[in-house]
Design a protein around this ligand. Structure first.
Ligand SMILES: *Cc1c(COP(=O)(O)O)cnc(C)c1O
Length: 252
């Protein structure tokens, strides 16, 4: 990072930024009876040394969106008690790698990926057994929903997320796959849309999912710019990057 910092050290900076985000989460109005959401700190593009500092500041949940980067950091920091959350678009051929370190995948958006994750989990448990390692826990799966309208989708069909009408079958697929645990839903508020409207819709979809799958209680929603709206609409998991770590370095 070449930006000039007003902080004496990176640890001071991360402590201060993290505290501000925690204060915002506490100050945001929650629905009646809702617990405080889990904070996942999104560390993509930032070095493992920052994750190490964050762990020292009490962070237990970190989010990454690229397998190669995440796998390297998780290996570097294997001595720390961290849960790694995979939040980016995931190619099926990366499933095998992701299940070696990830506690959850927030971007489950198609049947073929569910199949790949199920196979990868089975292979991973066999690997652990053959190497005398303890079995890992089930992989928590969040169904990522595309909340954009038809027009935006037609203009840019390549983006991640299942269509809302495809959620029931996708949920059945996850629930019926050994090694996978259906946690709930995930979404990113569409660009230019009102985040509150988007997260209200996500909460409705979560309620529909829970009617069929009572254990699928989780709602992963909310980034740096819209965490208050997410908390107000019942988010259980927030994915916060830049407000904790600072502006991301330009993509190389
Ligand atoms: C990068 C990213 C985030 C964090 O975004 P910030 O605006 O930096 O807080 C959250 N969710 C997803 C899916 C991301 O890719």
């Amino acid at each position: 990072m070449t930006s000039i910092s007003e902080y004496p050290s990176r640890t001071d900076e991360l402590r201060d930024r993290l505290q501000r985000v925690r204060n915002r989460i506490q100050a945001a109005g929650r629905p009646a009876g809702a617990d405080e959401p889990h904070l996942i700190v999104v560390t993509k593009y930032f070095p493992a040394s920052d994750v190490d500092i964050l762990a020292g500041l009490g962070v237990r949940d970190v989010g990454e969106n690229k397998d190669q980067e995440a796998a390297a950091k998780a290996a570097d920091l294997a001595h720390l008690d961290l849960d790694w959350h995979f939040i980016g678009q995931l190619q099926s051929n990366k499933a095998k790698s992701v299940v070696r370190y990830a506690a959850s995948v927030h971007s489950v958006d198609r049947r073929s990926l569910v199949t790949a994750l199920g196979k990868a989990m089975a292979a991973e448990q066999r690997r652990r057994e053959s190497e005398g390692l303890a079995a890992r826990g089930d992989l928590s799966c969040f169904l990522q929903v595309d909340l954009r309208g038809d027009a935006a989708r037609a203009a840019d069909p390549g983006r991640g997320g299942a269509q809302p009408e495809d959620l029931p079958l996708l949920a059945e697929a996850v629930a019926g796959t050994p090694g996978l645990l259906l946690s709930g839903v995930m979404a990113v508020a569409p660009l230019g849309a009102d985040a509150g409207d988007a997260f209200a819709r996500l909460r409705e979809l979560s309620a529909q999912l829970q009617a069929q799958h009572p254990g699928a209680l989780s709602i992963s929603a909310g980034m740096s710019s819209d965490l208050e709206a997410a908390v107000a609409h019942g988010a259980t998991h927030l994915r916060i990057g830049s407000d904790v770590l600072g502006p991301r370095p330009p993509v190389r």
